[in-house]
Design a protein around this ligand. Structure first.
Ligand code: HMG
Length: 387
């Protein structure tokens, strides 16, 4: 029995800032952001979009295509949690009217949280092949206005349905994991923005990639040339590009060219959305699937990295007819609908979103009809509504 990704949903907020505008405002050469960092735009979440509302929005698109009653597990990976106790997944379950029998919880290990969820879901479906599992990754990457990490912010969510006999990507047996207790990036309780040792974090990411990719190939008895594409956690596209350069070093021209071209396709969405932490790797996968014509059984390698730090490499095989399960038009409309903010507007929206609205204040959203949003708290209970 094959188990893997059967559906993919994606959401990003309806505002963005352009990297050339940001570079001018920060008195930097635009090429530093466009080429050196490899980002063109970044999505900006206002006060009405949080991890929960974005997760609902990413999931609701494919729900109409699946049997809701078969969902037995709902996992929410995030490091932008909205409560210290209650799982973000319960708000999602309620908004989307999932069955009361569903087992549901939140997981955290920085950007690795969604991959942790995917692995738990895969094992669950192996044991319960008639049931399916929803895994959501949803985050707002925040370092702060004018900070060193500002250009690597972003916001969004990806939701996966994990099922037996999947229609998009069958996950292969085996994985290679590597963890180490380090301080490259973290967000202490009470802080709305992350602390980061930027240069160190990029080195650790590359070390973890080298280690897990090597181990995985050894485990499976595979070569780099066996992979059609490699999808990476993309905090910014240059980070993945550096890992991809390590992967293709010393390879034959045909392998090098293929992996480089497919990296460009996989980085297309992340380049305009920015870092979405937990869901970033899965946005790369979606970008690859929607911007490249793949063949059945093509092998896709997936590298997940979460600061702190945890790395994992695994792979999947493309399923014949996968295109029919995707909604390219919807996903590209999602990106195209965003409103371009001036840098002053972005700073205002960003800083306002760091504040909790006063209890009882009802927030309204400028999203399109059908999208969910955070409407404020009532008696300190978070309220989610649909436009
Ligand atoms: P910085 O100091 O702004 O940038 O920090 P820089 O001076 O290192 O320059 C960046 C690149 O631009 C360099 O290229 C420059 O040469 C180039 P590189 O040496 O890297 O190849 N450059 C130019 N290129 C073209 N034209 C120019 C030009 N000028 C310079 N004119 C840094 C960059 C990424 C460190 C910073 O933005 C940061 O701290 N970001 C946040 C941390 C981060 O994203 N780390 C990634 C790995 S950790 C991770 O992925 C986990 C994470 O997602 C969190 C989680 O797990 O939850 C972050």
């Amino acid at each position: 029995m094959r188990v893997g990704i059967d559906q993919i949903g994606f959401y990003t907020p309806n505002k963005y800032v352009d990297m050339v505008d940001l570079a001018h405002a920060r008195q930097e050469d635009p090429d530093k952001y466009l080429i050196g960092i490899g980002q063109s735009q970044m999505s900006v979440a206002d006060q009405t979009q949080d991890a929960v509302s974005m997760g609902i929005n990413a999931t609701q698109f494919y729900l109409k295509r699946i049997e809701r009653q078969r969902v037995g597990l709902l996992i929410f990976g995030t490091e932008s949690g909205v409560d210290q106790s209650k799982s973000a997944s319960l708000f999602v379950k309620s908004a989307l009217k999932l069955p009361p029998e569903v087992r549901t919880f939140e997981v955290k290990e920085a950007c690795f949280g969604m991959t942790a969820g995917v692995m738990i879901a895969r094992d669950y479906v192996r044991l319960h092949p008639h049931q399916t599992a929803i895994v959501i990754g949803s985050d707002i990457a925040r370092y702060g206005v004018g900070s060193g990490g500002e250009v690597t912010q972003g916001a969004g969510s990806v939701s996966l349905l994990i099922a037996a006999e999947p229609r998009i990507l069958a996950i292969n047996e085996g994985h290679s994991a590597f963890s180490q207790d380090i301080n490259d990036f973290w967000r202490p309780n009470g802080m709305a923005t992350a602390l980061v040792d930027g240069k160190y974090s990029t080195q650790v990411y590359l070390d973890f990639f080298t280690q897990t990719f090597k181990q995985y190939k050894k485990l499976k008895g595979w070569q780099t040339s066996d992979f059609t594409a490699l999808a990476y956690h993309l905090p910014f596209t240059k980070m993945g590009l550096k890992a991809n350069r390590l992967a293709v070093a010393g390879q034959a021209e045909v392998t090098k060219t293929r992996l480089e071209k497919n990296f460009t396709a996989a980085a297309q969405y992340g380049r305009t959305v920015g870092n979405i932490y937990t869901a970033s790797l899965y946005l790369s996968l979606l970008s690859l699937l929607e911007n490249k014509k793949l063949q059945p059984d093509n092998k896709i390698g997936l590298f997940s990295y979460g600061s702190g730090a945890m790395g994992e490499f695994y792979s999947g095989q493309v399923v014949s007819g996968y295109e029919r399960q995707l909604d390219v038009v919807q996903d590209q409309k999602m990106l195209a609908r965003r409103q371009r903010l001036t840098v002053a507007q972005y700073e205002q929206v960003f800083n306002n979103a760091l504040l909790d609205p006063s209890d009882g204040l009802e927030l309204t959203s400028d999203e399109q009809v059908g999208y969910w949003y955070f409407a404020g708290t009532k008696g300190q209970v978070r309220q989610y509504r649909q436009v």
